[in-house]
Design a binder for this molecule. Structure first.
Ligand code: UFG
Length: 330
């Protein structure tokens, strides 16, 4: 039996219980969409999406996917479900090609069978590898340095062919460094293991255990790597706008999501010290293999195409919301 839902636009969100997925689910509900989440809960948190229908399943399980597309009628899919640790992908590419590539293709097959013709895909700045120049435009060559980045490039390219052959239109959103937490304090970043800089710096402030800065001999103003940190609520908003743009006829495209401003590792440490009022102990360690010195987005296209511009991504707001989330009780 197919469940017809209200007249609102209905979307399937894979990986909707994860960090960026759950913030986007919240934004979608606020924008009036009906949402169903498909998540294997390998790293998702069901408590982040309370009240939203959740189907627990793996993308590789075509039967489970087909049941979802039979049970509900969707206008579009937002595809977040993905393995996303660069370092792990170097040691275990098989996992990344099976889960991100084969799993993603299984999703596309189900969409084609069900006649769902719009998808917003979570891509990454990792598609660019070590860029020739910054800020990086979307037209920069795609030269990933890891199986993780390669899996994102592969899927973006597959999407171009699914458009040509099946009329499936897509927006690939290339996130720079997602950070921060929902201002409500109800959602935030909860990875195990945690590898991202801001949560680790906050942990160092809370525990007094030093964080290791991966290299201070890069060709940057203070010698530490520079990244473009973008608030997760701004990313969520971009997904809602991308969905709307696809509904209004936007052609398949890929867009950078960043602020265009970069901050070094030492600047992040300083920002956490200011927000928390605590000292952050740190050590200088070796460079982490595969880390480009500077990654900053050119983000004019997202503004032109979606009318999107970040409104929560001052470093202060990113660090304040992350601090509130990580230092919460319980
Ligand atoms: N860093 C440290 N110490 C740590 C952790 C990180 O110095 O303990 C540094 C890194 O070397 C890097 C910066 O902090 O310079 C940010 O590191 P993250 O691991 O937080 O983020 P990345 O820039 O490595 O990765 C992010 C996303 C990936 C995406 C990548 C694009 O998390 O999914 O951007 O290159 F692939």
């Amino acid at each position: 039996m197919r469940r017809e839902r209200s007249s609102a636009s209905s979307v399937l969100v894979t990986g909707g219980a994860g960090y960026i997925g759950s913030h986007t689910v919240k934004a979608l509900l606020e924008a009036g969409y009906d949402v169903v989440v498909f998540d294997d809960l390998s790293r998702g948190h069901p408590e982040f999406i309370q009240g939203v229908p959740l189907v627990i399943g793996e993308l590789s399980d075509e039967r489970a996917l087909s049941d979802v597309f039979t049970e509900w009628k969707f206008d579009a899919v937002l595809h977040f479900a993905s393995e996303s640790l660069v370092g792990e992908s170097m040691r275990n590419p098989d996992k990344y090609f099976r889960r991100n590539v084969a799993g993603g293709i299984s999703l596309l097959s189900s969409m084609v069978r069900a006649g769902v013709k719009k998808i917003v895909f979570s891509s990454s700045a990792a598609v660019y590898g070590d860029p020739e120049s910054v800020p990086i435009p979307e037209t920069a060559p795609l030269r990933p340095l890891s199986p993780y980045g390669e899996s994102k490039v592969f899927f973006e390219r597959a999407l171009l062919w699914y458009d040509k052959a099946y009329g499936l239109r897509s927006v690939s959103l290339r996130y720079f460094n997602a950070a921060g937490a929902d201002p409500s304090g109800r959602l935030g970043e909860e990875h195990d293991p945690e590898t991202h800089l801001i949560p680790l710096v906050i942990r160092a402030a809370l525990t007094g255990e030093p964080i290791t800065v991966f290299g201070d001999d890069y060709p940057t103003p203070d010698g530490t790597c520079v990244r473009d940190y973008i608030h997760v609520s701004d990313l969520a908003e971009a997904h809602v706008l991308a969905l709307k743009a696809l509904s209004e006829g936007l052609e398949t495209t890929a867009l950078n999501l960043g602020t265009g401003a970069g901050f070094s590792v030492l600047e992040i440490i300083k920002a956490v010290e200011e927000v928390s009022g605590k000292k952050v102990p740190y050590l200088i360690g070796e460079r982490r293999p595969g880390d480009p010195a500077i990654l900053v987005a050119q983000c004019a296209r997202a503004r032109e195409v979606l009318g999107w511009s970040p409104s929560h991504s001052s470093l202060r707001e990113i660090v304040e919301t992350a601090w509130r989330w990580h230092s919460r009780e319980g």
